[in-house]
Design a protein around this ligand. Sequence first.
Ligand code: HEM
Length: 269
Amino acid sequence: MPRLPKLSAPPLPAPLQAPPPRPGENGKRGPVEETKEAGIAVVDWVDERTSLSGAGRWLMFRKVPQGTNWFYTLGSATLFAFLNQAVTGVFLAMYYRPDPAGGAYESIRYVTNDVFLGQFVRGMHKWGSSVMVVLVFLHMGRTFFWGAYKYPRELNWVIGVVLLILTMVMSFTGYLLPFDQRAYWATIVGVNINGTGPLLGPYLSDFLRGGSEFGATTLSRFYAIHMLLLPGALIALIGAHLYLVTKLGTTAPPWQKAEAPQELREVEV
Ligand code: HEM
């Protein structure tokens, strides 16, 4: 088997390359040129001290298989939906009070009716959660039908399954937070369904309720899980997921025919 030639590193993108000298008036660079180059100087300054551009290039400039199409954007779309949830969630948390004696409901009412752009941000978060669930399922379908769960990507599939479960738990715990009638009764149904699971079911529903009664502890428990535990776990696992995507590359579509490497094709002729 002939050794394949080592691929050279991809070139730096144009904005990061050293600019050619551009003489302004009297052969000197003018203030416009200097301002334009200030950003590059900052990037250079940071890179000289951290060497982060190498990691950036490793992550961003990758060869992708022939036949890559729009279905490959579903993972990034899920990531974007997650970032939307993170940003809008931070603003909602600035107003939210996990108080079952009317405080939670009142804080949500206040955000919706009185805070500037509050209804918009709440809507982005509420609709964004459904968008993320739909996208994560579509992305999983794409990786399944493309056979991307096979060797060597089994671990990334397993991480993906955990990400799917965490996304669902995120939706479930968020649903209670407005603490209106619908949230309350829907969550009681959800917790009871969890309680019917074999062996662990009753322990799981007790854990979710924070005891045998549905009450104040349940709400603060759901809030802590929703805005601390799950986002932290999601960020860590998405990081591992993307590391493996970068390291292993993406799977070619199953209908794509393998091409012989250049040297072998030359030998055949
Ligand atoms: C928060 C949820 C998730 C995010 C943000 C995410 C993100 C990504 C991204 C950006 C990619 C590379 C581009 C692409 O192929 O679309 C990817 C690839 C992959 N993801 Fe996910 N993903 C998530 C959930 C899942 C789930 C639920 C599964 C399956 C159970 C999964 C399995 C995979 C696999 C196997 C690959 C490699 C694809 C290939 O080799 O072609 N991911 N993911």
